[in-house]
Design a protein around this ligand. Structure first.
Ligand code: PSV
Ligand code: MN
Length: 430
């Protein structure tokens, strides 16, 4: 698409917000200095914070029932990258995109890499897809992929994952996320042990094809599309498989993939302790894998997860280097706006967690002062860090008010002119 939001537009747009932002930032600086915290140090950390954007996130999602396409939807990976670059241009914390194959497959990965780089973007972990049949595919995944009872089907799924690694290498990615929809709908349908043995056997073949500096991110999910059992259903099975496979295999935590009320921050702490935390798919949910915008339902939970992450950073925990990614589906909002909002909310949790008085917290923990320990976390969570986030964006060349800037830029209506509707409104979770 020819239309671009210019740097001049962003800096002019910022002008109207600058005086108020400066006042708020100075007020917060004074409050924090009284707590022994330098706002400059926190802002500098906020400026470095990055969370990758999923290429599939810039399209309008759907449910099992329907999909309501938005005007100006990207029609291919090049247009998806254009939209991802707008997100990064305005929020400046999403410099990497995570592609999904074969959705994003092109004949010339070199051209794709060049296009991304020309937009100031790079590639994060690649995702394989063996939860859908592709046109002209020889063996169906209806009854599973990496854990299928048929060896030929498993081999086909393994070959696809290896192809994803090869494509990812050409894009300078450094990891592959493997999520399989394999599972069962009826008690007795699958032999639990045998299906996991077959899965592991397939995963070992993919693991063997990993380049030295790559990691394998294993993603679990409790249910859906299978509604009785899932082969990699929870973090327990996930981490057992990661341990079985080797050092380069670690567990990825998608926030929407757990039973309701599960203590996700504690899972994160356990994975950190055993050097098995690969990274995250951030999103939020009320009922299941709702793929709602980050922190739109449970902001305190997201903060508590970041509390564990920042704690590991503070303790200089060995083997700690998680990758952060959004994984959401936007059914009623503009995906660019939702992804910007989510990136900001994830960064907000990080910054709030940086404000936790860790030494005081450790002391309250040691003396069993439950109330003050909890209040220490709450004090950080209740601090409005919006001005730090806005200042970090502005200092990085982004927008103080990204949603307003996006709307005022008319990017979406220009995209609608350049990208005529595909007319596809069929259902499908993507
Ligand atoms: C599955 O629900 C998932 O979370 C996996 O990460 C997939 O790759 C992604 O969503 C897209 O379907
Ligand atoms: Mn996911």
């Amino acid at each position: 698409m020819g239309y671009k939001i210019t740097a001049e537009f962003v800096s002019e747009h910022n002008e109207q917000y600058l005086p108020v932002l400066k006042r708020e930032y100075e007020g917060l600086a004074e409050k924090l200095i009284n707590q022994g915290i330098s706002i400059a140090e926190i802002t500098s950390k906020a400026r470095q914070f990055q969370v990758a954007v999923p290429t599939w996130g810039v399209g309008t999602g759907g449910t099992r029932f329907a999909r309501f396409p938005n005007p100006g939807e990207p029609r291919n990976i090049f247009e998806k990258l254009d939209d991802c670059s707008v997100i990064n241009q305005l929020v400046r914390s999403t410099g990497k995109v995570s592609p999904h194959f074969p959705w994003d497959k092109v004949s010339d990965p070199g051209e794709l890499k060049q296009h991304a780089n020309s937009l100031g973007l790079g590639f994060d972990t690649v995702n394989s897809n063996t939860f859908q049949d592709q046109a002209n595919q020889e063996h169906s995944y209806k009854y599973g992929s990496l854990s299928h009872t048929s060896e030929a089907t498993r081999d086909q799924a393994v070959a696809h994952n290896i192809e994803c690694i090869e494509l990812g290498q050409k894009l300078d990615a450094a990891g592959i996320t493997v999520w399989v929809g394999d599972g069962s709908n009826f008690p007795g349908q699958q032999h639990f042990q045998h299906s996991l043995e077959r899965y592991l056997d397939s995963m070992k073949k993919i693991y063997a094809a990993l380049p030295d500096d790559w990691q394998m991110l294993i993603e679990h999910k409790m249910f859906e599309p299978a509604f009785y059992s899932t082969v990699i259903q929870d973090w327990g099975t996930n981490v057992l498989c990661a341990m079985e496979l080797g050092e380069k295999a670690r567990s990825l935590v998608d926030l929407g993939h757990h039973a309701p009320n599960v203590n996700i921050e504690m899972i994160v702490a356990r994975l950190i302790q055993f050097k098995k935390l690969a990274g995250f798919h951030f999103n939020d949910s009320k009922y299941g894998d709702d793929d709602l915008d980050s922190a739109s339902i449970h902001p305190y939970q997201q903060f508590l997860i970041f509390n564990e992450l920042v704690d590991a950073e503070y303790r200089k925990q060995d083997g700690f280097s998680p990758t952060y990614m959004l994984d959401q589906s936007h059914n009623v909002t503009d995906p660019i706006e939702s992804l910007m909002n989510s990136a900001i909310e994830v960064q907000r949790s990080y910054v709030q967690a940086l404000l936790v008085d860790r030494e005081a917290l450790y002391a309250y923990q040691e003396s069993n002062d439950a109330l003050m320990a909890s209040n220490t976390l709450k004090a950080a969570f209740n601090t409005d860090v919006s001005s730090i986030l806005a200042m970090a964006r502005a200092d990085n060349g982004g927008a103080i008010s990204p949603i307003e800037a996006f709307r005022d830029s008319h990017y979406r209506s220009e995209a609608a002119k350049a990208r005529p509707a595909s007319g596809q409104s069929g259902s499908g979770i993507v």
